[in-house]
Structures are given as structure tokens and as C-alpha cells.
Design a protein around this ligand. Structure first.
Ligand SMILES: C[S@@+](CC[C@H](N)C(=O)[O-])C[C@H]1O[C@@H](n2cnc3c(N)ncnc32)[C@H](O)[C@@H]1O
Length: 263
């Protein structure tokens, strides 16, 4: 078989379908907006993401799946215009409230999904998609990012395809296939004639810092969906037996970057 014969877009879609996840809808993200907003804007992840960006000569930035403004807002003072795109109305409300609280008047919200028609989305010097690329069609998403960028694209995507520590999956007794991870993106970009730079950012596991069992349980439910009584009992038992911090393995994000050729 020849590499050129492999349709990585199709492979990605097939892998995602086989992983059999219910996609998280906009209202599910709405419900997380206030909580994310409290935590997102200052973290080592943000510093590491921004530290890898080249802002020289850039005036505009499009932040796709912007959430409460995790990447766009800390950069807004250094830019003329920041546009946050998200399909969650509540995330965009948090973006605008956070911008106002920071005294920023150059931040705009675009209520759109990855899957929508992006013809009204302005091209920007920098396009960012941070932890927001669990999409149905990765090939289409990468074309959208690339098409809207004048200078650079920066994105992160999970390594390994699991948002939750496999040890906790085992405790609960679920067999959760991994989601397609970053390696599809590298191959898809290659097929688009793009040779990206690749780096990694490590963050605490999603279960880190849960103050009590209810908070811990809520985070497991976010990752796995509702647990039945037996699953909850197994998790409670494991929680009681396991010393704090019960954070699980760290998460690794592939940081993928490419430049647009100058005209
Ligand atoms: C994990 S959060 C990441 C937020 C922020 N970029 C960060 O790194 O903290 C994922 C964001 O992507 C948005 N999102 C998820 N699916 C989307 C879709 N199909 N179209 C647009 N936004 C989407 C969610 O509403 C959420 O704000």
C-alpha cells in the first residue's frame, strides 16, 4: 500500500464513528461556561500555548472554539481585533463579559459552529483552535482554519484520544474506545501540502483538584456520560480507598503550528 492512497479524512471519520461518542451539543457546553470562565484565563497551559506563538506583525486573531476567551483574551491588548467563534452562546457571553472586565473594546463574538458556512468569517492574521477540535470532519475543519489564516495557524489536539485516565475507566467498568488523536491531523496536513511544526503541552488530568466525591463524580460523568448505580458504587469505593490527589495521568496536547506562505 502507498501512503498517497490513504484517505486520512475518511479514516478519521471512521475512527470517530467507531469510538461511538455522543457529540457534546452547544447546550452541554453552555452548562459549563461559567465554571470554565472562572478557571480558564490564567493557567500554565495558556502560558505555554501563547509562548509558542509568533505575534510579530499580527493585528487580528480568530479564536475558534474560543470558550470564555482562553487564548484570545490574554492576547487582545497586543492586537487590533480579536474574534471569538463558538457554537455555545453562553461561552460567548463569558468571552464578552471577561473582555469588558478587562477593559477591552476590540473583542467580538461570532456565534457559529465548525460545521456552519464560514463565508462571513473574516480572514485574520492568526487563527487559533485550542482544545476545540473534536469535530465530525477533521479534513473540512483544517481547510477552514487554513483558509481563514493570513499568517499562522496554532492548534492543540489531544494525544492518545482519551480525556479520562484509563485506570478510572477500569474502576467504573467501561470500555471506552479512544477518539482519533493528533496523528490524523499531521497526516491530513501533509496531504494538504502543509508541513507543520509539532510540540507537546502537558496539563493536569481532568480529575485533578476535585474537592470531594460529588465533584469527582461530576467530572467522570462529563467524560463518560451518566453512571448507573453499580458504576457509581464502584467509583465511590475506589475514591474512598485511593489517597488524594486522585488526579490520574496528565493530559498531553499536541501543539500543531504552520505558517501561510507570504503572497
Ligand atoms: C474544551 S473547550 C476549549 C475552550 C478554549 N479554546 C480553551 O482552550 O480553553 C471547547 C470549546 O469548543 C466549543 N465547541 C465544541 N464543539 C463546537 C462546534 N462544533 N462548533 C463550535 N464550537 C464548538 C465549545 O463550546 C467550547 O467552548
Amino acid at each position: 500500500m502507498k501512503l498517497a492512497a490513504i484517505d486520512f479524512g475518511r479514516l478519521y471519520r471512521d475512527h470517530l464513528a467507531a469510538a461511538n461518542r455522543n457529540p457534546k451539543r452547544a447546550d452541554t457546553w453552555d452548562a459549563r461556561a461559567a465554571d470554565m470562565s472562572r478557571k480558564a484565563l490564567k493557567s500554565r497551559y495558556v502560558d505555554e500555548f501563547i509562548g509558542r506563538m509568533d505575534l510579530a506583525g499580527a493585528r487580528t486573531l480568530l479564536d475558534v472554539g474560543c470558550g470564555p476567551g482562553t487564548i484570545g483574551l490574554p492576547l487582545a491588548e497586543r492586537l487590533e481585533r480579536v474574534i471569538g467563534l463558538d457554537f455555545s452562546r453562553k461561552m460567548l457571553d463569558e468571552l464578552l463579559a471577561n473582555a469588558a472586565a478587562l477593559g477591552l473594546d476590540n473583542v467580538e463574538a461570532l456565534h457559529l459552529a465548525w460545521e456552519d458556512d464560514w463565508s462571513a468569517v473574516p480572514a485574520c492574521d492568526i487563527v487559533v483552535a485550542s482544545r476545540s477540535t473534536t469535530v465530525e470532519d477533521m479534513e473540512a475543519a483544517l481547510h477552514k482554519l487554513n483558509d481563514k489564516a493570513n499568517r499562522h495557524v496554532y492548534m492543540t489536539h489531544l494525544v492518545g484520544g482519551r480525556f479520562i485516565d484509563p485506570a478510572v475507566l477500569e474502576v467504573v467498568g467501561r470500555d471506552l474506545p479512544a477518539l482519533p488523536d493528533y496523528i490524523y491531523i499531521v497526516n491530513l496536513l501533509y496531504r494538504m501540502g502543509i508541513h507543520p511544526r509539532l510540540d507537546y503541552i502537558e496539563t493536569e488530568g481532568r480529575l485533578a483538584g476535585a474537592g470531594d466525591f460529588d465533584a469527582f463524580h461530576a467530572r467522570v460523568v462529563w467524560a463518560l456520560g451518566e453512571l448507573d448505580a453499580d458504576e457509581t458504587a464502584r467509583l465511590r469505593d475506589w475514591y474512598a480507598r485511593t489517597p488524594s490527589p486522585r488526579a490520574g495521568a496528565p493530559m498531553r496536547w499536541a501543539f500543531i503550528a504552520w505558517d501561510k506562505p507570504a503572497d
